[in-house]
Design a binder for this molecule. Structure first.
Ligand code: GLU
Length: 303
């Protein structure tokens, strides 16, 4: 098995050789202007070491990767009650699909597609002002990463609010089916803000350690909950590309349209990759490829 300190720079160089970088998300104007030709990888291992290569100190918009943190908080607050409002099955649809929500009468397939994440955020709000719920989310992520510098980028949240027509449609659909407890605008404002959390690739790898389940790493949720969060990441973490990601990488992972992916090697490591150009499923093109190469080289797979 290669040594990570020498392998990651080689992987970074290899990723930069291929001229196809994918397309940046254009529906959020603040993300549309990011240079796609960037790549970073960081591995936080269970023994406490952090390895990184490429643009690992450049902050980026974590977007849907935050859904893992909000799900952990929602389950901590209300336990299995969340599952009366959201399913646990892969969607086989795009992250922002509306058609399935109507067919299934307002109960989103899983907590990682946008409709399911909006319901999860609604559960985290639980009648509290958005500022209080957001403070809890930021605090959870900071505790996981052991880094108090992590913050929300308000310009990205404002940009998504101004152009988030599909998410407004989803939230109002949920409300029409009586599956939102707070006003749609309030839940969505909270959702847009937690999606706008900004982290470097190194910070994201450190924040993911709470899902590794190894002694000495930050423990924020129970062992059985860690396993369940990982199960959902494996089956639903990449939208309609979840099967392809499980096949190619073989690890639980959660992607975001900012081009970040968090992947977990249970008991061994938390891995973050970032490259803003996306593939046809809306997941980082080079990030997915880099994870496939790393998992193969390190012989890391849950199978
Ligand atoms: N804030 C984004 C949205 O709602 C998150 C989607 C993603 O990262 O996949 O569209």
């Amino acid at each position: 098995m290669p040594d990570l300190a020498t392998f990651l720079p080689r992987l970074d160089a290899g990723m930069r050789e291929d001229p196809s970088w994918g397309e940046v998300a254009s529906y959020i104007p603040e993300l549309a202007r990011i240079d796609p030709e960037q790549f970073a990888i960081a591995v936080a291992s269970a023994d406490g070491a952090l390895y990184q290569a490429g643009d690992a100190d450049v902050p980026f918009s974590v977007q849907s990767v935050t859904k893992v943190f909000t799900l952990a908080i929602a389950l901590g607050r209300s336990g299995d009650q969340l599952w009366t409002r959201v399913g646990r099955e892969p969607s086989g649809r795009a992250f922002n699909s509306i058609v399935q929500l109507e067919q299934e009468e307002g109960r989103p397939r899983n907590p990682f597609i946008n409709a399911g994440a909006i319901v999860t955020t609604d559960e985290v709000l639980a009648g509290r002002p958005p500022s209080v719920a957001l403070a809890e989310i930021v605090q959870f992520v900071r505790a996981a990463a052991e880094d108090d510098e992590i913050h929300i980028n308000d310009a990205v949240a404002a940009s998504e609010t101004a152009y988030g027509h599909r998410n407004f449609a989803l939230a109002h659909f949920l409300a029409a089916y009586d599956n939102l407890r707070n006003p749609p605008e309030m839940t969505l404002g909270t959702y847009f803000h937690h999606c706008a959390l900004e982290m470097t690739t190194a910070q994201l790898a450190l924040a993911g350690r709470f899902l590794v389940d190894a002694p000495g790493l930050p423990r924020l949720v129970s062992r059985s909950r860690i396993r369940r969060l990982n199960a959902l990441m494996l089956t639903c973490g990449h939208y309609d590309g979840s099967g392809d990601f499980a096949y190619r990488v073989g690890l639980p992972g959660k992607s975001g349209v900012g081009g970040g992916i968090l992947a977990i090697v249970p008991g061994r490591a938390s891995i973050a990759v970032w490259s803003p150009g996306l593939n046809q499923y809306g997941n980082s093109l080079k990030g997915t490829e880099a994870l496939a190469r790393l998992a193969r080289a390190m012989d890391w797979s849950i199978f």
